[in-house]
Design a protein around this ligand. Structure first.
Ligand code: FEO
Length: 171
């Protein structure tokens, strides 16, 4: 059986992951509205991945005999000054999530909950990838700027990102 404070912390993370999905879907909608369908698609894939993250925590709480409590998801921003600002925020957001995962690991170790510590390793590894993909996208955007043919080409490239269904991912 899972300890109450661990259960509570994991439930908060379920909410954070769904908020992340909401944030990226909002970014996707923004890109649709400014005529960048490839960027919109990239963000839609990102939102799908966040839902997988949320459900991983959800399933783990259930597997440990805990209770999942879904609370309200905060409203995300809906517009940004430029595509570069969107990816600046994405990168910052992923860094924040990494901090939240690290805090969960610290709590699991303090409570001697080694099963939770072990489960969180997948997220530690995942956050390395999450930060890397956000950072690389941001760097490319900085290179091409916020308009012109460079942005058009990048939109074509970002359209190629595909969602890997959960079963094909490790963990
Ligand atoms: Fe669920 Fe993008 O971290």
């Amino acid at each position: 059986m899972i300890k109450e404070n661990i259960e509570e912390a994991l439930n908060k993370q379920v909410n954070w992951e769904f908020y992340s999905a909401y944030l990226y879907l909002s970014m996707s909608a923004y890109f649709e509205s400014v005529g960048l369908p490839g960027f919109a698609s990239w963000m839609r894939v990102q939102a799908q991945e966040e839902q997988v993250h949320a459900m991983k925590f959800y399933d783990y709480i259930v597997a440990r005999g805990g209770r999942v409590n879904l609370i309200a998801i905060e409203e995300p921003p809906s517009s940004w000054p430029s595509p570069e600002d969107v990816f600046e925020e994405t990168y910052k957001h992923e860094q924040k999530v990494t901090g939240l995962i690290n805090a969960l690991v610290t709590l699991a170790i303090k409570e001697e909950d080694y099963a939770t510590r072990n489960m969180l390793q997948w997220f530690i590894d995942e956050q390395v990838e999450e930060e890397e993909s956000a950072y690389k996208a941001l760097e490319k955007l900085k290179l091409v700027g916020n308009e012109g043919s460079g942005l058009y080409m990048l939109d074509k490239e970002f359209a190629l990102r595909v969602f890997n269904p959960p079963l094909s991912k490790k963990g």
